[in-house]
Design a protein around this ligand. Sequence first.
Ligand code: AMP
Ligand code: MG
Length: 353
Amino acid sequence: MTKIMKINPVNPNKKLLNLAAEVIKKGGLVVFPTETVYGLGADAFNPEAVLKIFKVKNRPADNPLIIHISNFKQFEELIDLEKEKSNLAKLISEKLWPGPITLVVKKSGKVPSEVTGGLDTVAIRFPAHPVANLLIELSKTPIAAPSANLSGKPSPTDAKHIIDDLKGFVDIIIDSGRSIFGIESTIIDISTAVPRLLRPGPISLERLKILIPELEVPDLKSFRRPLAPGMKYRHYSPESYMVLFECKTEDKMVERVKNYLNKKNNKCIILLTTEETINLYPENSDKFKKISLGSRRKLYEVAHNLFDTIIKADSLKPDEIVVEGFREIGLGFSIMNRLFKAAHRIIKEDDEF
Ligand code: AMP
Ligand code: MG
């Protein structure tokens, strides 16, 4: 039996959250909101509970989890302070936590290998969400949690994305409405000599570079291939065939999407942005439906809507979902990273179709 708990995201009900914390303490599974996406959580120090996460998600055992904390003391408990000599852990955590950034560091002996997929490093995040923070605090333990989707599916940014897939398989689903950022945390690996970006996220690369000028950013194209463990697996994908248009200039891209649609005779949903260019496309019809991701001038809005819109489009069971691409700067880089992984076909600027 799965209990669904509605909890106010700003003023969480402590009594209800105490029930969820009891479940965590007893080795159960709780789906909880964070500011990025929803997480599927278990006591990070309980290997049996952690293994349940992998089973429920059907997640490969070598795809490590992020441990969520609610204070800096827990960070010290999880990190190997002997091996982690650089002052980066302190600098970044103090500047950017709580917040949507995950640090990969050398792990302490207390972290079970089940959490890290056998690696000697661990990914840690101090989320900025009142419900997540209070749940961790009341559970009196760090909580290991990947995104609360089945492996390979889009990440859940609303409790309603989770209920169908996980009801009956977890103890509690906390429903606190929609996630704020809507894409998963930025991940940087500071366990190596030179810190490295592993996953772009809500904290833009441009901003990170100001804080960490030596940050190594692998070739942008490599973000379409595996970097962090787990990235080799298919990600974020809808059931429907999804086509992504790459974009150097927006006008040219919209023109190309329009030409592509003109040649189509099947049921298409187009995920577009709400600008003047929307009028270039055909009107909604039996064959054709436009859904907006938000405005290109407000990429936070697009990130916030991204997975929700993909899930909505997929539920209408079209033959194809066609997505307008974004320029890979600022948050556009993180949004395109998710879209590259989710799409079944990527149409580049000069590709014939
Ligand atoms: P999720 O919470 O579902 O976004 O998944 C967590 C992601 O964190 C995984 O895809 C991994 O790539 C990454 N991760 C977790 N632990 C480590 C680690 N020790 N080293 C590198 N990446 C990690
Ligand atoms: Mg995930």
